[in-house]
Design a protein around this ligand. Sequence first.
Ligand SMILES: Cc1cc2nc3c(=O)[nH]c(=O)nc-3n(C[C@H](O)[C@H](O)[C@H](O)COP(=O)(O)OP(=O)(O)OC[C@H]3O[C@@H](n4cnc5c(N)ncnc54)[C@H](O)[C@@H]3O)c2cc1C
Length: 482
Amino acid sequence: MTHDAIVVAAGPAGLAAAITMAQAGLRVLLLEKAAVTGGTANRGMGPLGIESRHTRARLLPPTRDEAFKAYMDFTHWRVDARLVREFLNRSGETIHWLESLGVEFVEPATYFTGSFQTWHLVKPEQGPPGPGGAATMMRVLTRRAVELGVELRLQTPVNALIREGGRVVGVHAVDAQGAPIDARAAAVVLATGGFGDSPEMVREHAGFELGRDMHPFRTPGVRGDGLRMAWAVGAARTEMLMELVYGMPDNLSVPMPLHEACRQPHLMVNLLGERFIDESVMPNVTFTGNAIAQQKQRCAFLIFDADILAAMARDFDFRNRVFPVTRIDDADALIDRFVATGYRHFFVADTLADLAAQTGIEAAALSATVAQYNADCARGYDTLFNKPQHYLRPLRRPRFFAARHFPSAYGSAGGLRINHRAEVLDDAWRAIEGLYAAGTDACSIYGDSYPFLFPGTSMGFALNTGRIAGEQIASRHKEATA
Ligand SMILES: Cc1cc2nc3c(=O)[nH]c(=O)nc-3n(C[C@H](O)[C@H](O)[C@H](O)COP(=O)(O)OP(=O)(O)OC[C@H]3O[C@@H](n4cnc5c(N)ncnc54)[C@H](O)[C@@H]3O)c2cc1C
């Protein structure tokens, strides 16, 4: 097979690259391992856009310059400033490009109070924006790619790059019938979504054990293929992280109102029975995941009592766009039904001592922590962390409830070093001819933590680096064929 370019994987990064090149007239082969396109983005809500027509019309900050400064302050300049600038600067225009292809957005949203309204929620085919809404965008992009002439092959995993004379000239893959394919082209874009579904790579490169101290959203098949293929031809490695958040294991099995009740700013303790976080920070799910990851066995318990549960029947303190519930109705019955399912990470007890026995929290320390916390609630001042007074509610009346939280993650981040042209670099910081990478495989712009200050960053990075790779290859192709 001969094409101008090969794109490995049809998530947002791969589709953006493929469409960009097809729009420039290139013959593009798009090889996807799964039976469907869209990758992890099928579960999300939308990408970041700075200075899009939507944010401009509403006079919403940040400007591109403000965003760049805030972003680099957040990351302490431990990341490639040129790549960050390129990504942020073009992110608004990328929203318009997506619209030109037929994607629709509702108003930009924030993730939590204090983060920017950069999150461009995709308008789904049906219903309001919500989890999985971005699947509509992925279907639109897939349709447009095929209309533009991209040759899309599903269930065709790529397993190696072909390198000749120092440049990448194609890939080895296996087609849907299991037959090997060699495909050749002047350029290859890797966009295989990182390593979040590989227990071995998560252990080796990010230091977590899936199912024990890390309970991420796993996208089947996202197993580090692109990283291994690129490393095999000499690509340099970057720092590799999990895109950390926090949550209860198998969180989608928890009824939504109870799930949200367990993420309100009540008392959070570790296995030692000690507080370790100002619980008002919890809406920043990355910071909370970071804090939990520092605790014994990397877990923590959010504890409340019958009075607090009754208060949550009126209103939650925190609300968000992902799980849009505002209170918990008929809570006792809902909890009893849920506990009867045998779920192992939510606990109910008549005494704090029994709660400690069930959870493994040190009983004497828990009792002392609750006594101190209740005294602080009575005084109206959190002596430990200065949590705002209006969140201070004592734990006194049975039943007592505890939700066990762990670090979770949307996926991984990083592995391949690219420059601001999305070229993959080797250990000598030279671009490997013919090789580009985009999206999660190349996402080393977080520093140590996902920048939730800018919601939509990871899907935005995927789309924008996909476009950058596509434009670079198209412009090289133009020069070569001029
Ligand atoms: C529940 C959830 C919600 C999210 N919500 C948001 C959100 O609202 N906004 C946001 O910015 N981010 C969100 N994210 C993160 C975002 O979806 C990802 O950052 C983004 O999809 C990454 O894009 P990608 O193209 O790099 O990889 P992916 O979307 O992961 O796609 C990778 C693709 O590679 C394919 N593949 C793997 N190996 C091979 C191979 N060897 N050959 C061929 N194909 C291969 C896979 O099958 C897959 O289709 C969310 C993530 C989760 C889990």
